[in-house]
Write a protein of this length. Structure first.
Ligand code: HEM
Length: 468
C-alpha cells in the first residue's frame, strides 16, 4: 500500500498500486486541476502515480513561486522520457544539472548566431511567409490544421540543419502527421506510460508505446541522416548551422566525459523539432480562428496594419512596438488558448515545502500555467476574448506579470523569441493580405480545443479573399 507522507498535500483518493490514476481526468487535465481540484483541495494538490509522489501546482501565486525556486528546476527521472533519448537524460527538454546547463547554453547561443533574435531569423521566416501566402492565394478555401506545420518547421530546420522542405514532401508530411498523433495522444502529465513505465515492456501495443517508438525512431533516423551529411561536408571554419557547430564542439571536446555526443545532438534536434513545431502551428491556428469569430477585431488589426505599415511592404519585426493592438490580440490569444497549459513535468531535488505542505525529494511537479490565465479575480472575465484588456486608455500596451505562456525562470522556453516572431510575422502578413471569413456552408469553428501534451484547435476551414 502506498503510504501518504506526513504533511503531504491533500488530493484525490488513491488506491494500492494504481495510486490516483483512476481519478485523473482523461482529457484537458489542466481544466480540472485549475478548477475543480483547486476549489476542492486548494492550490497544492497531492497525487500518486503508482508509488511515485506527484504534486500539482494549481494556483497562480504558487505557480509563480515554484518557477522561481531553485529546487523545482530539475526534471523527473522517468523511464518513459528517457525512452526518447536512448535510455539516458539527454538534450535540453528532459535533462538537468550541469549537463543541462551546458547543453542549453550552447544551443541558445548558437541558435542566436544562426538567426534567433537577429535580422537573419526574420529572413528565414519571411521566405516561409511568402510561400504560405502564395499557397493560400491558390487554394482560397482550406483546412487550417496542417497549414503552418511545414513552414514553421522549415524556419526551425533552416537554423538547425540549413535545409527547407517542400510543402508536399511525402516523407516529411508523414513524419509530421505521426508527430501530431503522438502529441494528441498524450497529456502534459506524460500520460499512462509515464505513470506505469512497465507498460513499455508488458503492453507496448495497447499502451500506444509501439506507435510512439515507431515515430521516434523514424525521426531519429531522419535527423541522423542529416548529421551524417553534415559530417561529410563539415568545414570547421565556416559552420553553416547548429549541427555544424555541435559537430565541431564534439571534435574539440573529444574526451569520455564530454556532454557533446552524437546521441545528444540527435536529442537536441528532436527537442527543438517537437517543442517548436506543434506549439507555433497551433498558436497560428488559434489566431486565425479568433479572426473568424471576431470580425470586428480582424478589422481593427487590419486598420492598424494599414496605418502603420501600409500595403507596399510586409510587416517587419521592427514594426512591433508601433502595433499595440496587434500585440494585444496576440497576447489575448496566448492567454485564452493556453497552448502549453502546463509545463512539462518539473521535479524537486530535495525535500521542500510550499504553503506548509511537504513535497518529498524526487516528487514530480505539475505546474498548471493555465491557472494564471483563467483566474477570475485577476481578469474579471477570463473566458471572454477581449484584447483591450491589454491596452490602457491611450491605447498603449499594458504588460501583465501573469502572462507567462513560455514559462518563467531558468527553465523558461528556449524558443520564445523565435515563436513570438513567427507568430507575429505570419499573422500580420496574412491579415494584411487577405480578408478572412468562414467558408459558405461551414459552421463557426469550435473554441473547444483538442487535448494532448499541448493544446490544439479542433479542425476548421478558412476562406481567404484577396483585398482590392
Ligand atoms: C507558441 C509557442 C511556444 C510555447 C507556448 C512554448 C511554451 C513553453 C513552455 C511553457 C515551456 C516549459 C517551461 C518549463 O518547463 O517551466 C517550454 C520549454 C521549452 N521550449 Fe517552448 N514554447 C513554444 C515554442 C518553442 C519553440 C519554437 C522552441 C524551439 C526553438 C521551443 C523549445 C523549448 C525547449 C527546448 C524547452 C525546454 C527548456 C528547458 O527545459 O530548459 N519552444 N516552452
Amino acid at each position: 500500500m502506498t503510504m501518504k507522507p506526513k504533511d503531504f498535500p491533500p488530493g484525490p483518493p488513491y488506491l494500492p498500486i494504481l495510486g490516483s490514476t483512476l481519478f485523473l481526468p482523461r482529457k484537458l487535465v489542466h481544466v480540472t486541476m485549475a478548477g475543480e481540484w483547486r476549489r476542492k483541495y486548494g492550490s497544492v494538490v497531492g497525487l500518486f502515480f503508482g508509488h511515485r509522489t506527484v504534486v500539482a501546482i494549481c494556483g497562480p501565486k504558487e505557480v509563480l513561486e515554484v518557477l522561481r525556486r531553485e529546487e523545482f528546476q530539475v526534471r523527473p527521472n522517468s523511464d518513459f522520457f528517457k525512452a526518447r533519448s536512448f535510455g539516458k537524460k539527454l538534450g535540453v527538454f528532459f535533462s538537468d544539472g550541469p549537463f543541462w546547463v551546458e547543453q542549453r547554453r550552447f544551443t541558445l547561443r548558437h541558435l542566436r548566431d544562426f538567426g534567433f533574435g537577429k535580422k537573419s531569423m526574420e529572413g528565414f521566416i519571411l521566405d516561409e511567409v511568402e510561400d504560405t501566402l502564395s499557397y493560400m492565394k491558390e487554394l482560397k478555401v482550406m483546412q487550417v490544421t496542417g497549414l503552418f506545420s511545414v513552414p514553421t518547421l522549415n524556419v526551425l530546420w533552416g537554423m538547425i540543419a540549413g535545409t527547407r522542405y517542400d510543402r508536399n514532401d511525402e516523407r516529411l508530411k508523414d513524419l509530421l502527421n505521426r508527430l501530431t498523433m503522438n502529441f494528441r495522444s498524450g497529456n502534459p502529465t506524460g500520460g499512462i506510460i509515464n505513470i506505469f513505465p512497465i507498460l513499455m515492456t508488458i503492453a507496448p501495443g495497447l499502451s500506444g508505446f509501439t506507435k510512439f517508438k515507431e515515430t521516434l525512431v523514424n525521426l531519429q533516423n531522419y535527423i541522423g541522416l542529416s548529421i551524417k551529411e553534415h559530417e561529410q561536408t563539415l568545414d570547421q571554419n565556416n559552420p553553416r548551422d547548429l549541427i555544424d557547430v555541435y559537430l565541431r564542439e564534439m571534435r574539440k571536446q573529444n574526451h569520455p566525459d564530454s556532454t557533446f555526443t552524437e546521441q545528444g545532438l540527435i536529442t537536441i534536434c528532436l527537442d527543438l523539432f517537437a517543442a517548436g513545431g506543434e506549439t507555433t502551428t497551433s498558436t497560428l491556428g488559434f489566431c486565425l480562428m479568433y479572426m473568424l469569430l471576431y470580425p470586428e477585431v480582424q478589422k481593427k488589426v487590419r486598420n492598424e496594419l494599414d496605418a502603420v505599415v501600409g500595403r507596399d511592404r510586409r510587416p517587419s519585426l521592427e514594426d512591433r512596438p508601433k502595433l499595440p493592438y496587434v500585440e494585444a490580440v496576440l497576447t489575448e490569444v496566448f492567454r485564452l488558448c493556453s497552448i502549453a497549459p502546463m509545463t512539462p513535468p518539473h521535479c524537486v531535488d530535495r525535500d521542500t515545502y510550499i504553503n506548509g505542505y511537504l513535497i518529498p525529494k524526487d516528487s514530480m511537479v505539475l505546474v498548471v500555467l493555465y491557472s494564471l490565465f483563467q483566474d477570475k479575480e485577476h481578469w474579471g472575465d477570463p473566458e471572454v476574448f477581449r484584447p483591450e484588456r491589454f491596452l490602457d486608455a491611450d491605447g498603449k500596451l499594458v504588460k501583465d506579470e501573469w502572462m507567462i505562456p513560455f514559462g518563467m525562470g531558468k527553465r523558461m522556453c528556449l524558443g520564445e523569441v523565435l515563436a513570438r516572431s513567427v507568430v507575429f510575422l505570419f499573422f500580420t502578413s496574412i491579415v494584411q493580405e487577405f480578408l478572412l471569413s468562414i467558408p459558405e456552408g461551414d459552421t463557426k469553428p469550435s473554441t473547444v480545443p483538442l487535448s494532448g501534451f499541448t493544446i490544439a484547435p479542433a479542425p476548421f476551414r478558412i476562406k481567404v479573399t484577396e483585398r482590392t
